[in-house]
Design a protein around this ligand. Structure first.
Ligand SMILES: Cc1ncc(COP(=O)(O)O)c(C=O)c1O
Length: 474
């Protein structure tokens, strides 16, 4: 038999591995609700299973898969688990995962039209669908990136280029203290110093206060600074708080400021009826970050930077090079590498395109409504017992609350609530991530997984209550 080239498997070997991997994946989707959400491994166990010398010789793929199954997959935290309420979960979907398998297996390059043009057309189409869903004008366009952080960085780079001709000297940018850290990180990468980042204390609803914003900008102008951008939240990570988007849009228009909306967590909700109502004004942004790998149910990684005037993207990022001349095309045949940081890019659009087509937009709207209703349902349950204090009511898919055992100081209550969440994680039944609101450590739940049932919520709250009672007595 003819020897195969290096790094190549025979057809029977590939088919056998495909079957094994396929079964692993389907088993995951079928068994997930009955698996522990978290199953933290010990460092000793991980070291015994994964700390190895450099593999100079081949190992059968089947054995490699067994090792992955035993030491990685069976001991992981499942972000797509229906009882994972921590951070912003990643509920994902099977069709999207299959799309990723195809784009990875065929190693599809999506940086230039000259590559497989059909892939570029699908990316254009999917961006166009998002433009329509988020009600941006016909001039709008965008780019798929790795996630919300890269979407924020991309949008802020466009803002800096467009409003400041790329020169950040003396320019200032405004946002509330509830804004995701990726905004400050992006600005830091873009050359802004700490003093140029105007982080304003949020109001009692954890939103950007308009009066303080206007005063700060007026004062900064007087000092000779150059206010250029306001970053608004379409759902904060901590509490789901939505900044006053219409007012911010009016203000930015009047003051000649760039309005960027970080909708990485909550922005996707605007495609649902409820979300569209509470996020009114989001479509007036100059730029918008959306994160389909959160509330549009896609596998990691896919974020999206939507820009009101898509020409600004190219103006910001395009750099010519001799060896790239051959790929330069017309405006109708864009090279996505001209629209952002990456030259070589994978085919992220395929998963969103395939799942939008396979399920239809109505299913996405319904899935989002379930997340919103589940947050309200959780709040209703908590309000039935005086042992719980609602800190911030359900806002889109997030709420915060705490267990309030009598006769404990504020510090003790914070410690208790933090310990309760840790105990829940150790139990593996559900995962919550506590957060700090105005100095208090509180429970926080994000209910965006459409496969979460009311029974999941009821049992999670009952177990958390039991843990709280047990700990406050002990
Ligand atoms: C509001 C907000 N912005 C940005 C991000 C960063 O997104 P990513 O983790 O996809 O980079 C997050 C992540 O949770 C977020 O909630």
């Amino acid at each position: 038999m003819k020897a195969l080239p290096p790094l190549t498997l025979s057809e029977p070997e590939m088919r056998a591995i495909m079957a094994e991997v396929g079964n692993m994946i389907v088993d995951h989707f079928v068994n997930l609700p009955n698996l522990p959400v978290t199953q933290p491994s010990t460092l000793a166990n991980l070291r015994s299973g994964l700390q190895e010398t450099l593999p100079l010789n081949p190992t059968p793929v089947s054995d490699v898969l067994k090792q992955v199954q035993q030491f990685v997959l069976s001991e992981m935290t499942h972000n797509d688990h229906p009882r994972n309420f921590a951070f912003v979960p990643g509920p994902s979907n099977f069709v999207g995962a299959m799309a990723d398998a195809i784009s990875s297996a065929l190693n599809i390059f999506c940086g230039a039209w000259i590559g497989p043009s059909g892939t570029a057309q699908i990316e254009l189409m999917t961006i166009e669908w998002l433009r329509q869903l988020f009600e941006f004008p016909a001039s709008g366009g965008g780019l798929f990136v790795s996630g919300g952080s890269m979407a924020n960085l991309t949008c802020l780079a466009v803002a800096r280029h467009t409003n400041l001709a790329n020169n950040p000297a003396n320019a200032t940018v405004y946002f509330s203290d509830q804004t995701h850290s990726s905004v400050a990180k992006g600005l830091k990468i873009l050359g802004f110093q700490q003093y140029q980042l105007r982080k304003l204390p949020s109001d009692e609803s954890f939103c950007l206060p308009m009066d303080a914003l206007a005063q700060k900008i007026a004062a900064d102008r007087q000092q000779g600074l150059v206010p250029f951008c306001v970053v608004a939240n379409a759902g904060t990570t901590n509490a789901g708080a939505i900044d006053p988007l219409e007012k911010i849009a009016d203000f930015c228009a009047a003051e000649g400021l760039w309005m960027h909306v970080d909708g990485a967590y909550g922005g996707s909700a605007a495609i649902s009826k409820t979300g569209r109502g509470v996020l009114a004004g989001m479509n007036r942004a100059d730029s918008l970050s959306i994160d389909p790998h959160k509330w549009m149910f896609q596998p990691y990684e896919i974020g999206c930077a939507l820009i009101r005037n898509q020409e600004h993207l190219k103006d910001t990022f395009k750099v010519s090079a001799e060896y790239l001349k051959i790929i330069e095309q017309s405006a109708e045949q864009p090279n996505f590498s001209d629209y952002g940081v990456q030259l070589t890019r994978g085919f992220r659009a395929l998963k969103l395109w395939m799942s939008l087509k396979a399920f239809g937009v109505e299913a996405f709207r319904e899935a989002i409504e379930i997340g919103i209703e589940n947050a309200l349902y959780t709040e209703g349950l908590l309000r039935q017992s005086s042992d719980w204090e609602i800190i911030t009511p359900a806002s889109l898919g997030i709420l915060t609350f705490r267990f309030v055992a009598k006769n404990l100081s504020e510090d003790q209550l914070s410690q208790l609530n933090s310990d309760m969440a840790s105990e829940m994680i150790t139990s593996g039944y559900a995962m919550l991530s506590p957060t700090v609101m105005r100095g208090k450590t509180v429970q926080r739940m994000c209910t965006i997984n459409p496969r979460t049932t009311r029974a999941d919520i009821e049992t999670t709250i009952a177990k958390l209550h039991k843990i709280g009672v047990g700990m406050s007595l002990g």
